[in-house]
Write a protein that binds this ligand. Structure first.
Ligand code: GLC
Length: 746
C-alpha cells in the first residue's frame, strides 16, 4: 500500500499535472451545445442561453424560399427544407420556385404516396423512408416536406396522389415507418397538411367546419400516430381554416391537440404562404413561418423576410411588451431541438443519392402497389412468338414525374411503360403504339423539362380510328390511359371536376373492346376514375405514378415477373354522385353572410369512403382494399378469443394456387349495438403475407378497447360501449370471408 501511494506521489500526480497544463486531459471546454455527447435538452438549453432576442426571432421565419435562419455567431447552421414526399426537389434559386439549373441534383423519383399506400406494406414504407431520407441527407437537406396523409374525403381532391387513401388506420400504419425511415438519416419528416385539408379548391380561403367526433375519428388519427408512434420531428400547418381559424396558427389544432394532448416536441412549420396573422402566429403554436408574401409583398421583394409576421412585427411586440420571451423561447427550443436532431446530430449521417438500391426500391414499391382489379386469365401476358401487341394510350409514353405541383421532380431517368414493353417483348413479338387520344402536351414545370415532344397533328377522330384499325390486327391490345398531372387532374392547386376519364377515353376503350377479345386496360392515375367499360374488357390494372422505375414496375406485373399484391387504398365508385358529398356546403364550400372566408361543412361526419358506401349499401366499381393476384388464397379457421384486456382474432391463410404470391388479410370491426350511428365496419388491422403455393400460415390480430371505441365529443373521450361486436376478416372491405361475433362487457 505504502509503495503504491509513494509511486502515485512521485510519478502519476506530476504527470497528471503536466497533462492538465498541456491541455491534453483538460476537461472539455467545448460549449455544451456543441458537445454531441451531451443530452439533447442540455444542448438546447445551453444554446438558448447564449442567444440574443434578435437571434431567437430570426430562427422563427424563412431567410430564403426553402431555408430558415440558424445562429451564425454560435456556429448553429440554418435549417434547409425540401420538397417533397416522392423525392428531393431540384435546388431552387434563393427566392424562386424555379429550379436553379444545377447539374448534380437529379434525384431518384420514388412512387407517389398513393402507390405506397396501395402496397399495404409497413416494411416497404420504412424502406421508402430510409431511401428518400438518405437522398435528402446527401443533398444536405434537414427537413423533408412530407409525407402527406390527408384523408380521401372526395375523389376530386387534386392531391389524392400525394396522400395515403381514405382510411385513417391504413394511413396511420404506413406513415409511422415512413417517418422513422426518414429520420434514421438525421432528416426531419414534416408530416402534412395539418389538418382537415381535403381539397385544393380555394385551399387558402376555405374553413373546414366539423364536429369533434369526426375530427378525432377520421382526420386526426394518422397525424396522431405520426407524432406519438412515428415520433415525427416536424408538422406542416395547412392553408385552410378549421372552424374559422387559419391552420398555420390554429390554437385548438396546434396548442390544445398537437402540443397539448399529443405532447409533440418538434416544430410546426407553416405551409408556404399559410401564415396570415401577426398575433396568432406568435401565440397559437406556429414555430417557423415559411413562404409568406408579407403585407402584399408578393413575389418576395428583397426585404420581404424582415416583414414576415414572425420577423419585425414580432420583434416590435417583444420590445413593447405585447409578446413574451417565454413564448419565443418555446419556439426557439423546438427549432434548436430540430437542428440538434438533424445537421448537428450526434450520429454522423451522410446519406446516398440515386444509388442502384434506391432505384431498385422504387421499382419494388411501385410494383407491389399495382392493383389487379379484374382478370379473366388474359394476364400475365404470355404472347406466342411473333405475336402482335398493340399499345394504345398517351400514358404509355408520357413521362409523369415532372409536374403536379410541389411534388414535381427532376429525376435521373424515368422508364416509360412503352419502353419497358419493348424491352420485355421485342425479341419475340412486335410492339406497336397508337396514341389514341391527346391529353396533356406540357413537358415542363418550374423549368424542369422531360425532353419529350407530345405534339400531335391528327384529330381526335383520326387518332381513335387509327387505334381501332390497328387493334383489329393485334393479338393483344394493352390500353394505357388514365389521368396526368395537368390542371383539374392529379395536380396541386386544382381539384378534378368529375371522376369520368378525360379526353374521350371511355369512347376509345369501348371502341377497342368492340374489336379485341384480348383487351387489357391499365389505368394510370393517382385518384379514382369511373370505369363504365369494366365488364367489356378482359383485365383491368390500376397503376400509379410509379416514379423513375414506373415502366419497369408495370411490365413486371403485366408479365408476371411480379405477382400483383396491391390493394386499393380508396374506393373506386361507379359515379361521383354516389359519394357522401351531396351539397355545395359539403363541397366545395359556400359563402355566408358576414363571413370573409368560404365555409365548408363536413355534414357527412365519419361516413367517408367505404364507411359511406358500405353503410349505405351503395354498389361500387371496386371496393376499398380490393386487389387480385395471379394465385388464389383461402382464409379459414377464423376465431376471436379473449386475451388479456382485449381479444386475439386469428385465421389461417393458404395459397391455394400454383404461383407464389401475397395476400393482405384485413380485419374490420363492427359495433352492432352502438348508441350512436357508426359505420358498418372500420379497418382495425391488416397483415400482408407472402406464401408459396400450398403454404399455410396463421395470421393474428390483437385488438383492445380502443379498437371498439368511438369518440364521444361530450366527454372528450374514446368510448367502448358494452355489447355485441363482430370481427370481419377478409381480403377487401367487400370480400369478407368470416364474421365472428364477440361480446364486450355483457
Ligand atoms: C406548397 C404545398 C406544400 C409544399 C410547400 C413548399 O404549396 O402545399 O405541400 O411542401 O408549398 O413547396
Amino acid at each position: 500500500m505504502e509503495y503504491t501511494v509513494s509511486v502515485m506521489n512521485r510519478f502519476f500526480a506530476p504527470a497528471l499535472l503536466c497533462l492538465l497544463i498541456l491541455g491534453c486531459a483538460r476537461p472539455s471546454d467545448k460549449p455544451v451545445y456543441l458537445d454531441h455527447s451531451k443530452p439533447l435538452e442540455e444542448r438546447v438549453e445551453d444554446a438558448l442561453s447564449r442567444m440574443t432576442l434578435e437571434e431567437k426571432v430570426a430562427l422563427t421565419h424563412a431567410q430564403s424560399k426553402f431555408s430558415s435562419a440558424g445562429v451564425p455567431r454560435l456556429g448553429i447552421p440554418e435549417l434547409w427544407h425540401t420538397d417533397g414526399p416522392h423525392g428531393i426537389r431540384p435546388e431552387v434559386l434563393w427566392d424562386e420556385w424555379d429550379q436553379a439549373g444545377w447539374t448534380n441534383d437529379s434525384c431518384t423519383a420514388f412512387p407517389a404516396l398513393v402507390n405506397l399506400a396501395a402496397t399495404w406494406d409497413r416494411d416497404l414504407s420504412h424502406l421508402y423512408g430510409e431511401c428518400i431520407g438518405a437522398e435528402a441527407r446527401y443533398r444536405k437537406k434537414d427537413i423533408l416536406l412530407g409525407p402527406g396523409i390527408n384523408m380521401g374525403r372526395t375523389p376530386l381532391n387534386g392531391r389524392t396522389f400525394e396522400y395515403m387513401g381514405e382510411d385513417p388506420y391504413l394511413a396511420g400504419e404506413l406513415v409511422v415507418p415512413y417517418v422513422q425511415g426518414v429520420q434514421d438519416n438525421g432528416v426531419a419528416a414534416c408530416v402534412k397538411h395539418f389538418a382537415v385539408n381535403n381539397q385544393e379548391v380555394r385551399r387558402t380561403a376555405t374553413s373546414s367546419n366539423l364536429d369533434d367526433r369526426t375530427l378525432y375519428e377520421i382526420y386526426l388519427p394518422a397525424f396522431r400516430k405520426a407524432v406519438q408512434e412515428g415520433g415525427t420531428w416536424a408538422i406542416m400547418g395547412s392553408y385552410n381554416l378549421y372552424n374559422g381559424q387559419f391552420n398555420c396558427h390554429n390554437k385548438k389544432l396546434l396548442c390544445d391537440i398537437l402540443k397539448g394532448e399529443w405532447g409533440f416536441d418538434g416544430v410546426v412549420i407553416s405551409d408556404w404562404g399559410g401564415c396570415r396573422d401577426d398575433d396568432e402566429a406568435i401565440t397559437n403554436g406556429l414555430d417557423i413561418e415559411m413562404g409568406t408574401w408579407t403585407n402584399g409583398l408578393r413575389g418576395a421583394a428583397s426585404d420581404s423576410y424582415a416583414n414576415y409576421h414572425l420577423a419585425n412585427p414580432y420583434l416590435e411586440r417583444l420590445r413593447d411588451g405585447r409578446a413574451t420571451e417565454e413564448v419565443l423561447d418555446d419556439k426557439a427550443r423546438r427549432i434548436l431541438r430540430t437542428v440538434f436532431r438533424t445537421s448537428m446530430s450526434p450520429e454522423q449521417h451522410f446519406g446516398s443519392f440515386t444509388s442502384p438500391e434506391h432505384f431498385a426500391a422504387a421499382r419494388k414499391i411501385a410494383a407491389d402497389g399495382i392493383v389487379l382489379l379484374k382478370n379473366d386469365g388474359t394476364l400475365p401476358l404470355n404472347p406466342a412468338d411473333g405475336a402482335r401487341i398493340l399499345v394504345v394510350g398517351e400514358n404509355a409514353y408520357k413521362m409523369m414525374v415532372v409536374g403536379g405541383g410541389s411534388s414535381n421532380l427532376k429525376t435521373k431517368y424515368e422508364i416509360i411503360p412503352l419502353d419497358a414493353l419493348h424491352e420485355a417483348f421485342d425479341d419475340k413479338a412486335s410492339v406497336v403504339w397508337e396514341r389514341g387520344y391527346v391529353g396533356d402536351v406540357t413537358t415542363d414545370y418550374n423549368k424542369v423539362v422531360t425532353g419529350q415532344d407530345l405534339s400531335e397533328s391528327r384529330s381526335a377522330q383520326q387518332l381513335l380510328s387509327d387505334a381501332v384499325a390497328a387493334a383489329k390486327d393485334a393479338d393483344y391490345v394493352i390500353y394505357m390511359g388514365g389521368l396526368n398531372k395537368s390542371r383539374n387532374q392529379d395536380n396541386e392547386g386544382t381539384d378534378r371536376l368529375d371522376i369520368v376519364l378525360p379526353y374521350g377515353q371511355d369512347v376509345l376503350i369501348e371502341a377497342l373492346a368492340e374489336v379485341s377479345d384480348k383487351l387489357v386496360v391499365v389505368n394510370i392515375s393517382g385518384s379514382p376514375v369511373a370505369m363504365p367499360w369494366a365488364s367489356k374488357v378482359n383485365a383491368i390494372v390500376q397503376a400509379w405514378y410509379g416514379g423513375s422505375e414506373s415502366g419497369h414496375a408495370l411490365v413486371d406485373v403485366l408479365t408476371g415477373a411480379v405477382n400483383p399484391s396491391g390493394k386499393l387504398p380508396f374506393t373506386m365508385p361507379l359515379a361521383l354522385a354516389d359519394g357522401p358529398l351531396k351539397t355545395e356546403r359539403q363541397y366545395p364550400g359556400i359563402q355566408e353572410e358576414g363571413k370573409q372566408w368560404w365555409q365548408e361543412y363536413y355534414d357527412e361526419g365519419v361516413f367517408i369512403g367505404y364507411r359511406w358506401y358500405d353503410t349505405q349499401n351503395i354498389p361500387v366499381q371496386y371496393p376499398f382494399g380490393h386487389g387480385l393476384s395471379y394465385t388464389t388464397f383461402d382464409l379459414s379457421n377464423a376465431s376471436v378469443k379473449p386475451s388479456g384486456k382485449g381479444w386475439t382474432v386469428s385465421a389461417t391463410l393458404e395459397n391455394t394456387g400454383d404461383v407464389p404470391g401475397a395476400e393482405v388479410v384485413q380485419l374490420y370491426i363492427a359495433d352492432t349495438e352502438a348508441s350512436v350511428p357508426r359505420p358498418v365496419k372500420e379497418l382495425k388491422g391488416f397483415e400482408k403475407i407472402y406464401l408459396q403455393p400450398g403454404e399455410k400460415r396463421q395470421v393474428k390480430f390483437n385488438i383492445g378497447l380502443e379498437d371498439l371505441s368511438f369518440f364521444d365529443a361530450a366527454s372528450h373521450a374514446w368510448v367502448a360501449e358494452p355489447g355485441e361486436f363482430k370481427a370481419l376478416l377478409g381480403t377487401s372491405s367487400a370480400d369478407i370471408r368470416a364474421e365472428i361475433p364477440f361480446n364486450y362487457g355483457k
